[in-house]
Design a protein around this ligand. Structure first.
Ligand SMILES: [Zn+2]
Length: 391
């Protein structure tokens, strides 16, 4: 017998229905009608002999009209038989996009007695991310320590890793505002791994900066399999909602982030998000980056110049231009915009692509962003001190 389920950490799928033998239909659970409506993650369990299981994945019908579901496709669909330690891409020939009838058709080979996990992104479940951080802290107590930003709405720790020297410029690194953007979280795990590693460059950086890495700032959304929201149905990216001038952002976890930033005044904040697929994108690997619309938002000329240097770095030293070949612009309601405006804090906001980045691709591209922007930050800080040299 074949059964489908999404009842597990990061699971996303509903209205499972058997259409014929080895043929099923389901809907994704979307958070918004536009964007954030393509995420799915489900298990196919096969208690019988080996079979090809056809699963139609339909857009969420709850909006009573079409969503922009198809903006996500084509993309890589990742699969993992239970018991295997990694996902791998489903062969492209097994994925058909039926735009007219508004669904995907997946033809999944499921071995006898096998359970196959099928996901739109290479999963980074909150529990696994926490395990990584705890392992780093356990094995490398001389180089890093665990910390928590606080607890989510549902009481989960918003766990992070701290590395480096107290009193040095702070670099605050986060991902997972949008909880299904797993590649960003894998990028953050790589930064935590690197900064607590024995690599000479990491050892030197631990002397020069203090880094806080929080890979999953929206743990409830991650565990619930959501695409955009936290447990309060709020978007942590558009943190100030319809009121960019509000004293505080809306979501509980955004308030925690805002408080931390206000109290700790990081020299730089690094924020990873993700695109999905490559439908109208330009060049592989389809990454991207965001800036504020006008650098004059930074009141202080020194901070404005630092931000310009960070943006130069994003444009010239990373894969980011490959999607749109220019920066996307942060709306005023984002933490990035408001931190720039109210606190003069610059950001490096990078979009990995879920289609081209599992843990390794995310690590390579995310670490590159981190190393390059930190290098620029240190140079600019020295320049401010009058001690910069040309390296
Ligand atoms: Zn996002």
């Amino acid at each position: 017998m074949i059964t489908l389920s999404s009842d597990f950490e990061c699971g996303n799928g509903k209205n499972f229905e058997k259409v014929a033998d080895n043929h099923f239909r389901m809907e994704v659970v979307a958070d918004k009608q536009t964007g954030y409506c393509g995420q799915f993650c489900f298990d196919v369990r096969n208690d019988g002999p080996a079979a090809e299981v056809v699963v139609e994945v339909w857009e969420d019908s709850r909006f009573g009209g079409p969503t922009n579901y198809f903006a996500c496709f084509p993309t890589t669909v990742w699969v993992r038989p239970h018991g295997l330690h990694r996902f791998y891409p489903l062969d492209r020939s097994r994925l058909q996009v039926n735009e007219q009838q508004r669904h995907l058709v997946l033809r999944l080979p499921v071995a006898e007695g096998q359970t196959l996990r099928v996901s739109q992104g290479y999963l980074a479940p909150y529990s696994e991310i926490c395990d990584y951080l705890r392992r780093f802290a356990d094995k490398r107590p001389d180089r890093c320590e665990l910390f928590s930003l606080g607890q989510s709405v549902q009481g989960r720790e918003i766990l992070g890793l701290r590395c480096g020297t107290a009193g040095k410029p702070k670099v605050f690194c986060i991902a997972g505002q949008h909880p299904h953007e797993f590649a960003g979280m894998w990028g953050m795990i790589a930064i935590a791994d690197f900064m607590s590693s024995l690599l000479p460059q990491a050892a030197a950086l631990r002397e020069q900066i203090e880094v806080h890495v929080v890979p999953t700032v929206n743990p409830d959304g991650n565990v619930m399999g959501r695409s955009a929201f936290n447990a309060e149905d709020l978007d942590m990216y558009l943190a100030f909602g319809d009121n960019p001038d509000a004293e505080q952002p809306e979501a509980h976890e955004s308030k925690i982030l805002w408080r931390w930033v206000t109290e700790n005044k990081p020299a730089l904040w690094v924020n990873f998000h993700c695109y999905t697929g490559w439908k109208t994108n330009s060049e592989y690997p389809y990454d991207g980056w965001y800036e504020v619309a006008d650098y004059d938002l930074f009141e202080d000329p020194g901070q404005r110049r630092l931000y310009e240097a960070i943006c130069d770095t994003m444009r010239l030293e990373t894969d980011a231009p490959s999607t749109h070949e220019r920066a996307s612009i942060h709306p005023q309601s984002t933490l990035c915009h408001q931190m720039a405006k109210r606190l003069g804090i610059p950001h490096a906001f990078y979009e990995l692509n879920l289609a081209t980045a599992g843990p390794h691709g995310s690590a390579r591209r995310g670490l590159n962003v981190f190393k390059q922007v930190v290098n620029t930050l240190l140079y600019m800080l020295q320049e401010t001190d009058g001690t910069a040299d040309c390296r």
